[in-house]
Design a protein around this ligand. Structure first.
Ligand code: XMP
Length: 491
């Protein structure tokens, strides 16, 4: 596609949306126009599915940022349960990233295909360490040669045991084990678990070999979270992230072994020869089946480069993040509404979704990002301070806080230097750290975003997110228009 065609596409789409080509606009500069609506109430809207990558839809089109103060397994689990998605950040060594992915894939899965096991001679000490590292409280005991099920070591079997040198074989429950055949469906499993008042149902073949595990907790979660983002086997979806280091192919290999559903290749300067080269190598090595998202870019030209390199989704946004300094340091980056709209003008021609990344301060920005063309929206700052973010809360000035920091902040770089001696130098920081008030569980943040999204959709007469993205239009607003929209005193 030549530059003239790109310019024409952008010009046409911006005109449709009511946006200027110059200057570039951001969230506060625009307001969504209400349109004639046949949606009787927000509760009649049922479809808010947005796309994250080719063929991957989220009931809740919100993605937690791959930042070290935002997304580890705990956040990814909560996000996926709520119908969103999380990318485990790339700042852990690869073994730790793999473990985090495994933790998500093991959480409320329909069937755990490879349950955690131990041989009967394993000491309780070793068993406890293994359970702690997977954050679980029971183990299946098997004959390590034949994989035949011998017993279950449940919490009640060891919690009062003071002698950790005892073997799990001597502590486990081995008589009266209730098991089921490998292909037992969830409803049948629910009945067996309920009837026998048990928590775990090991699946064994006709020779008694362990083939899987269904737990009452998993079945409960499937009922509790009907919108959850799940794979074909009923497990929660999760993404792995990588940078553009030379080790990227080996890292992806490991993340895929852990069954990450999508790989994100993330770099601050996405419109670069290096990223294009890395993406081409990834495609050559892993073929078309791998779901690949890359970024960040903020121009249609950048989108085109990444699409030509074979991505399934493009992450858009430079310098708009709440902990970013890129607009103020190097002075680079396009205000986010224009960046999304111009990128979408091009990506939509190829059917590749846009993930808007950065700058979301609340639900109105979220809705505006979608009207501008985003298929899903990545957020960091508004999730910061929630229970599920990594790091411990602390008390200061009479309040409870957690830390949120830019991935290019000096504090973050120094913490990496402590962990990873190979980092030879510190870059001029392009991010900042901040303390953020403790917010409780992430579900409340998502509920507020989605609650207002339903309302925005009803104002525009959109029954589906796709329709909202298509029909929604903007008017620019002045500063006085912005002020008028804020709660103000009546004189
Ligand atoms: P919000 O606004 O949701 O933005 O907090 C999250 C996004 O910010 C980006 N990010 C950075 N950008 N310097 C930057 O210029 C940084 O140090 C930095 N850390 C994060 C990133 O795209 C994230 O998803």
């Amino acid at each position: 596609m030549n530059q003239k065609t790109i310019d024409n596409l952008v010009e046409k789409y911006l005109e449709e949306k009511g946006l200027p080509q110059s200057p570039a606009l951001t969230f506060e500069d625009v307001t969504i126009v209400d349109l004639y609506s046949d949606v009787p109430s927000r509760s009649s809207i049922k479809d808010t599915r947005g796309r994250l990558a080719q063929h991957v839809y989220l009931n809740t089109p919100v993605v937690s940022a791959n930042m070290d103060t935002v997304t580890e397994s705990r956040m990814a689990i909560s996000m996926a349960r709520l119908g969103g998605f999380g990318f485990i950040h790339q700042f852990f060594p690869i073994e730790k990233r793999v473990r985090e992915i495994e933790l998500v894939k093991r959480a409320d899965s329909g069937v755990i295909e490879r349950p955690l096991t131990a041989g009967p001679d394993t000491t309780l000490k070793v068993a406890l360490e293994r359970m702690a590292s997977y954050k679980i409280s029971s183990l299946l005991v098997v004959d390590e040669k034949t994989r035949k099920l011998l017993g279950i070591l449940a919490h009640r079997d060891y919690r009062l045991e003071a002698d950790h040198s005892k073997t799990v074989g001597s502590l486990m429950k081995k008589i009266g084990l209730i098991t089921a055949p490998p292909r037992t469906n969830p409803e049948k499993a629910r009945q067996i678990l309920f009837k026998n008042k048990i928590e775990k149902l090991p699946l064994v073949d006709s020779s008694g070999r362990l083939k899987g595990l269904i737990t009452s907790q998993d079945i409960e979660k499937v009922i509790q979270f009907p919108k959850a983002s799940r794979d074909k086997k009923g497990r929660l979806l999760v993404g792995g992230s990588v940078g553009i280091a030379d080790s990227v192919l080996e890292e992806i290999e490991e993340l895929l072994k852990a069954e990450a559903d999508i790989i994100l290749v993330d770099t601050a300067r996405g419109n670069s020869a290096r990223l294009v080269e890395v993406l081409s190598r990834i495609r050559r090595r892993f073929g078309k089946k791998l779901l690949l998202v890359a970024g960040n870019i903020d121009t249609p030209e950048g989108v085109l480069k990444l699409i030509e390199a074979g991505v399934d989704g493009v992450k858009v946004g430079i310098g708009g993040g709440s902990a970013c300094k890129t607009r103020r340091g190097p002075g680079v980056g396009i205000p986010q509404i224009s960046a999304i709209a111009e990128s979408y003008a091009l990506s939509s021609k190829y059917g590749i979704p846009i993930i808007s990344d950065g700058g979301i301060k609340g639900s109105s920005d979220f809705a505006k990002a979608i009207v501008a063309g985003a298929d899903s929206v990545m957020v960091g700052g508004i999730l910061a301070g929630t229970e599920e973010t990594p790091g411990k809360p602390f008390y200061e000035d009479g309040e409870k806080w957690k830390i949120y920091r830019g991935s290019a902040s000096i504090e973050f770089q120094l913490s990496r230097l402590d962990r990873d001696e190979r980092e030879a130098f510190i870059r001029t920081p392009e991010g900042v750290p901040k303390r953020v008030k403790y917010k409780g569980e992430v579900a409340s943040v998502i509920e507020e975003l989605m609650g207002h999204l339903y309302s925005s959709m009803s104002y525009v007469g959109a029954w589906t997110l796709k329709e909202f993205q298509k029909k929604g239009k903007f008017r620019w607003q002045t500063l006085s228009g912005l002020e008028e929209g804020k709660p103000h005193d009546v004189l």
